[in-house]
Ligand binder design. Structure first.
Ligand SMILES: Cc1cc2nc3c(=O)[nH]c(=O)nc-3n(C[C@H](O)[C@H](O)[C@H](O)COP(=O)(O)O)c2cc1C
Length: 377
């Protein structure tokens, strides 16, 4: 496996981020990230002990840059590879975006014979742009390139999964996050949609398929077991949804925090710790709230093989990757581990000693008196 390149990188970045959430059809947020200047100093160390196997892919380390505008160009992916990333997940192609944009075109061209033609044309162009992103990223990068589709249904676009495979993507991640809020929906219908989408895609491709899940599942473990049965190579726990908030002066809905913080990690740690003990033969990645090398170690101890990160890199720049990797390496050294496999899953629910903390929902006796102590401070 290649080690990250050594030397000095000076990177100046202007980030303009657009994130469309599947769950909120017409809510597109644009975030202007501040201009920053930093030096990404990658130390020349032997990081071979950080190798990990995720979704059948051999990664030189567990830090995967998650699907976001960081990975919406081949040049961006190459820059992240040079900064030390173990793999990249390309910005998603949004099924919903294609449908909405082609529909708006149909509105404009309503009642004209050209509507169908225009729809087909726009759709072809958006798909073509995405295939170009896959092709160019593969030609520039040595690390695995994982394509991503944000899909809401097992629709005709599954053909597109085959085209992505033909362009050389190493794996395909399906982001199925959406709101389950239909009051007439049958129990389990939302979970079934994940299975239907996976089954359709698995019929089209032979590259590993990774399921990126939302946290709004009634029982993630039973869904993961079903997804494993249908051939998913990995699950990502969890996608972080668009956050909604209210401006009480204007009495308007506004966007909540776009980027995560450390507190987002807890839920993914819990479910990875529980699921990785219960459902084997599938790999896990934690996404959401990984902001430090220590958080990477926690994810691996809970049973993940990789982490998918973007907020920390938006905030701290590409240099975050090498500094987090150094922290992981130093931790491994302090604890006498010479490989990730040596401790991955060590703190999952396979050990009865961890079950109580992983499955605890109520605070109960752990926090008796907590309120009083706090109140009187
Ligand atoms: C600006 C932005 C854009 C994103 N775009 C996508 C996307 O296109 N597809 C996707 O699956 N996830 C997307 N995500 C979710 C991230 O990939 C990631 O799973 C989530 O933010 C949690 O990781 P973090 O705590 O490192 O931010 C986006 C997140 C942000 C902040």
């Amino acid at each position: 496996m290649d080690n990250p390149p050594c030397g000095m990188y000076a990177v100046r970045g202007n980030f303009f981020v657009a994130f469309g959430a599947c769950a909120a059809a017409d809510l597109h947020i644009k975030v202007i990230m501040t201009t920053f200047d930093f030096r990404n100093e990658h130390k020349c160390t032997d990081m071979s002990s950080l190798n990990t196997s995720f979704a059948g892919l051999e990664l030189k380390n567990p830090i995967v840059v998650s699907s976001s505008s960081l990975t919406d160009s081949a040049e961006g992916c190459l820059r992240l590879e040079r900064a030390g990333a173990g793999a990249v997940v390309l910005k998603s192609l949004f099924e919903e975006d294609i449908v909405r944009r082609t529909e708006s075109l149909t509105d404009e061209a309503a009642h004209t014979e050209s509507a169908d033609y225009l729809q087909g044309y726009l759709r072809g162009q958006m798909l073509g742009d995405y295939l170009k992103l896959v092709r160019e990223s593969k030609s520039l990068c040595k690390i695995p390139v994982i394509a991503s589709i944000c899909c809401c249904s097992a629709g005709e676009w599954t053909d597109f999964a085959r085209m992505i495979e033909q362009e050389g993507a190493d794996a395909l991640e399906l982001n199925v996050m959406s709101l389950a809020s239909d009051k007439t929906a049958a129990d389990g219908a939302f979970e079934q949609r994940h299975v239907d989408i996976l089954a359709a895609v698995k019929r089209s491709v032979s590259i590993p398929v990774i399921m990126k899940l939302g946290a709004n599942l009634s029982n993630p473990v039973s869904l993961i077991e079903r997804l494993r049965g249908y051939g998913a190579a990995a699950v990502v726990l969890f996608n972080r949804p668009y956050q909604t908030d209210i401006d009480i002066e204007k009495m308007e809905y506004v966007s909540g925090k776009v980027l995560s913080d450390e507190s987002d990690l807890s839920n993914s740690l819990r479910w990875t710790g529980i699921a990785s003990a219960a459902v084997k033969n599938i790999s896990y990645a934690i996404s959401g709230g990984v902001h430090s090398g220590e958080a990477v170690v926690k994810a691996l101890l809970a049973g993940a093989s990789a982490v998918e990160v973007c907020s920390a890199i938006y905030m701290a720049g590409d240099a975050w990757i090498s500094s987090a990797l150094e922290t992981v390496e130093k931790w491994q050294g302090r604890h006498g581990f010479d490989s990730v496999a040596g401790y991955r899953g060590r703190m999952n629910a396979a050990d009865a000693a961890h079950v109580d903390r992983l499955e605890r929902m109520q605070f109960l006796k752990y926090f008796e008196g907590f309120g009083n102590a706090h109140h009187h401070r």
